[in-house]
Design a protein around this ligand. Structure first.
Ligand SMILES: [Zn+2]
Length: 475
């Protein structure tokens, strides 16, 4: 058996973050109480209490009972481990064999701000065993304190939106640790896998990319084994706003020049054009150069990408003069593909162009012709409503795989927006899930709330009012 860590990214909502922080404080309180007992005994008699002794002392305390048993016990285990390592380091020090990078050996500390006399949150929430948590296709759930269920209206477990990939077939889940790193939340799960399974990490999946207007890029990844389709939509709304802003400036200045009768070249005008194109460049660089797409493809073990053939505007749709200009912009068309190709070659992922005709006119699920009452949705009389770019990307995927039918169970549509004003990067917005049902082949699930400030590294204070609960458009 080999031990590995499965890293799962969590996207808690504002309310869920508050719950996590409260649990972190409770963890710290139990740690501090148990640590106090051990420290007292240690400084009095030089003895270190065992896990069982500590457990018997604190098992009826309010701090222990304020948490689910699997969290309380995991904290006592962690505390006991850090005392053990303290003891070992002390021995090494006495023998003069302390590793160079360790300067000082001191017993485990409290989570406390002494000046303010405040409990500090424990950096992790440990969970002892998989009976207290579970992994769903797009979520992580775990048992929370009993009083939380009433206070926050949690039915069974707290379910947090999550993205991850399981690269092994026969893995065994062990303990887990929820942690917060630079404002981002993760859960690290210890797994055990049979030795021969390591080969399974190789690339096995296929993906498709569709370039469009509403979404600069729509990426569809097919996980054949789990019958899941992951959709990443890079929404271009913010970018279009800026594109239009610069176009207005250019038009205004041009008419000013025309009125004055000036015929020569204008430095200012050229600057405007440069600025406009630079902004789009930055947005695309954030997708490719910062390896956003490469990371996603790598996480899900993609070996080949099908890309919609980009000759001509898709299916003759006219998006208006301004938007057509953007689509034909040199950078989007050429640079994007060139850089993508180069980057994919580096990591050994294939790129195959696919004819795009009719990929947005038929339903990916049943191949019937779809209606498109609004730009961003298609409606299939058989299957219901689906995001038009999602439908298009899956159709390209199907065509690339030469499939009549795509076997699938769930679609997770991850929406990313470009927040250039604040952060200049793509941030997670929300997830929408489509499920397959026996009677109705396409059932749209509930969308998760967008996590508040998930991309901002600084710690934002929680305010329940600021949670933008429903950003879903189009009903
Ligand atoms: Zn259909």
């Amino acid at each position: 058996m080999l031990k590995r860590t499965l890293k799962v990214r969590l996207y808690p909502t504002g309310k869920q973050k508050q719950i996590l922080r409260e649990i972190q404080i409770r963890c710290a309180k139990l740690w501090n109480r148990a640590n106090y007992l051990i420290r007292q005994e240690y400084f009095k008699n030089g003895k270190i209490l065992s896990y069982n002794q500590v457990y018997n002392f604190v098992k009826n305390s309010p701090e222990y009972k304020a948490l689910p048993t699997d969290i309380s016990q995991a904290i006592l285990k962690k505390l006991s481990e850090s005392w053990k390592s303290f003891k070992e380091l002390k021995k090494l020090k006495e023998k003069g064999k302390l590793p160079e990078h360790i300067k000082k050996v001191s017993p485990p500390k409290y989570f406390k701000n002494r000046k303010l006399n405040q409990t500090l949150p424990m950096s992790i929430i440990p969970i002892l065993a998989p009976r207290s948590y579970s992994l769903g296709d797009f979520s992580f759930s775990f048992t929370v304190p009993k009083d939380f269920k009433e206070n926050y209206g949690i039915k069974k477990r707290l379910e947090i939106l999550a993205t991850y990939r399981i690269p092994y077939k026969n893995y065994k889940l062990k303990k887990a640790e929820i942690l917060n790193k630079n404002g981002k939340w993760y859960v690290h799960i210890s797994v055990e896998i049979p030795k021969k399974e390591l080969k399974e990490t190789k690339k096995v999946n296929y993906a498709s990319i569709d370039l469009g207007i509403r979404n600069l890029i729509t990426l569809a990844i097919y996980d054949e084994e789990r019958k899941l389709i992951r959709i990443y939509q890079f929404k271009s709304k913010e970018l279009l706003k800026e594109w239009k802003y610069w176009n207005r400036k250019i038009a205004k200045y041009q008419s000013k020049l025309a009125k004055s009768g000036y015929k020569g070249s204008s430095l200012k005008l050229r600057k405007y054009y440069e600025n406009r194109n630079k902004r789009i460049k930055v947005a695309i660089q954030q997708i490719i150069n910062k390896n956003k797409i490469i990371q996603i493809l790598d996480r899900y073990g993609v070996k080949e990408i099908f890309i919609g053939d980009l000759t001509g505007i898709r299916n003759g749709k006219d998006y208006g003069k301004e938007l057509n200009k953007l689509l034909h912009n040199f950078w989007i068309r050429k640079q994007f593909l060139n850089i993508l190709k180069y980057k994919l070659e580096e990591v050994g992922i294939g790129l195959t162009p696919i004819p795009e005709a009719y990929t947005s006119k038929t339903c990916f699920n049943c191949s019937l012709e779809v209606k498109r009452p609004k730009q961003h949705f298609v409606i299939c009389s058989n299957c219901g409503k689906l995001h038009s770019d999602t439908n298009g990307a899956i159709n390209i995927l199907k065509r690339g795989l030469k499939l009549k039918n795509l076997e699938w169970k769930k679609i997770g549509e991850v929406h990313l927006i470009w927040k250039f004003k604040q952060t200049n990067r793509w941030v997670f917005r929300y997830l929408r899930i489509y499920k397959k049902d026996k009677d109705k082949p396409l059932v749209r699930g509930q969308a998760n709330n967008p996590p508040v400030g998930v991309a901002t590294p600084k710690r934002s204070s929680y305010s329940p009012k600021s949670s933008p609960a429903f950003l879903m458009r189009g009903g």
